[in-house]
Ligand binder design. Structure first.
Ligand code: DLL
Length: 433
């Protein structure tokens, strides 16, 4: 296999690429206007009709779509194809009220897998490779996306899913895995476990494709040194299909956006104004090929910079920087999307006062997630057993809401430092951006 998975598209001259985007955008707007009452209503409200959209130069006339819209329209309100044409859903981690359910036709899955295949080939992958996928399988898009991409490339695919590190290392060694796909924090954990157990030098890994959470250049070097591989970044979100919205090439200087499928814009998160290429702002994507669940000007809340300069790898598609933060308060803890408001809801439902602090850190490459919660005076005066019981109840309720475990520490009333301005609800010590 060559250097590119789909050379004619990945190296398409930009003028031609823009013409292709324009043509697909016009079709997509007709598609959503005709098939999705929610989009039609939004467009009517904004005073735009499909006839106003002649190409990418008219994109800015269209209204934005946000996570709130997805919540309002949950579950079927943004579906643009009859259910009989849909073959799959995937969903974001996290939950009540915030859950995003994305629908796919077979064609949507096919294109999504192409995007992941491009990422694998850009990381040097071919049908000679053994690709170990340890992103979660199931509703999360990481496992299914890279799994499909690996099949397309023709690599031998190990559908490991996440967890069970001992078994991961055993398969990695016995089946001579060459490409590892997982979150960067799990990659580091695997690396250290491999070193500790002595298998590190018997591994055949050469590359890794890591994403789904923020990671720094320092972390990249650490993973590369410890595993003796080249570590590539991959970005994506459930709303837009999953991993493979953009991916790194051998230059490792930004991720090429798959612009034949996604038009990317950078906006000022406060005003919504479109910013010139090269400015720092919020990433907005329009999916121009998705059939079942098209996203028009979807606000990702990820803060980024676009780099339009040509890349020496030969790909013509624009590059985006690593996300540099978020314009909302979403946290990603052990790969799971968590909103502080979800935690607050659980605490209030449990009869706790809203004085709490969420403390996140990274110890041995794994996120730690602690919540200190002040007790009511009544609970504080109760028995130790009653307090321990309450703690357990809160842990279970949080787990049910978030899908991951937090350590809960019930503390004395008024013991959490009060801030003079806004309450400091989240202390994130990971320094990921
Ligand atoms: O995390 C899809 C994915 C799976 C991407 C596997 C890469 C690899 P969601 O669970 O919907 O989808 O979370 C999407 O995760 O808006 C970013 O904030 C963050 N994110 C994803 N990739 C990266 C990355 C998947 N490479 C949200 N660097 C996005 C930093 C990332 N943040």
């Amino acid at each position: 296999m060559g250097k590119y998975y789909q050379p004619e598209i990945e190296t398409m001259p930009r003028e031609q690429l823009k013409a292709l985007q324009s043509e697909r955008l016009v079709q997509q707007i007709h598609h959503v206007y005709e098939n999705v009452p929610y989009y039609r209503a939004k467009m009517e409200q904004a005073g735009v009709t499909p006839e106003d959209i002649h190409g990418i130069e008219d994109l800015h006339k269209l209204p934005f779509l946000s996570k709130n819209d997805l919540r309002d329209a949950y579950p079927y309100g943004l579906l643009a194809k009859p259910l009989k044409d849909c073959v799959r859903i995937q969903s974001t981690s996290g939950t009540t009220g915030r859950r995003v359910v994305a629908f796919y036709t077979q064609h949507d899955i096919d294109l999504w897998e192409d995007c992941c295949a491009r990422a694998i080939v850009a990381a040097g992958g071919s049908n000679e490779d053994v690709v170990q996928v340890c992103y979660g399988y199931g509703l999360f898009t990481g496992g299914p996306g890279l799994n499909g991409g690996s099949h397309k490339v023709g690599s031998l695919t190990l559908p490991m899913s996440s967890g069970n590190t001992e078994r991961q290392l055993q398969f990695m060694e016995d089946l001579e895995a060459t490409i590892l796909c997982c979150t960067p924090s799990y990659a580091l954990y695997l690396a250290e476990s491999a070193i500790e157990s002595g298998v590190r030098d018997r591994l055949k890994l050469r590359a890794g494709i890591f994403g789904a959470e923020a990671w720094t250049e320092e972390m990249r070097h650490d993973i590369e040194d410890k595993l003796g591989i080249k570590a590539y970044d991959i970005y994506g979100l459930t709303e837009l299909s999953g991993p493979g919205v953009s991916f790194e090439c051998e230059e490792q200087k930004g991720m090429h956006v798959n612009e034949d499928h996604f038009i990317v814009e950078i906006i000022d998160p406060e005003t919504g104004e479109v910013l010139p290429e090269g400015s720092k702002g919020e990433l907005v994507f329009t999916s121009i090929t998705k059939e079942a669940f098209p996203m028009i000007r979807y606000r990702t809340r990820d803060i980024c910079v676009l780099n339009p300069t040509p890349c020496s790898c030969g790909r013509t598609h624009i590059r985006m920087s690593k996300p540099m933060g978020r314009s909302d308060d979403m946290l990603i803890i052990r790969g799971v999307n968590v909103f502080p408001s979800q935690i607050e809801t659980v605490l209030l439902n449990q009869g706790m006062p809203a004085n709490y602090q969420i403390i996140i850190d990274r110890v041995n490459n794994t996120d730690t997630f602690d919540i200190e919660v002040e007790m009511t005076d009544a609970l504080f005066a109760d028995s130790v057993a009653a307090i321990a019981n309450k703690e357990k109840e809160i842990i279970a309720a949080l787990r049910a809401m978030l899908g991951i475990s937090a350590k809960v520490h019930l503390v004395a009333p008024k013991s959490i430092t009060r801030s003079e301005g806004k309450a400091v609800r989240v202390v994130d010590k990971r320094k990921l951006y």
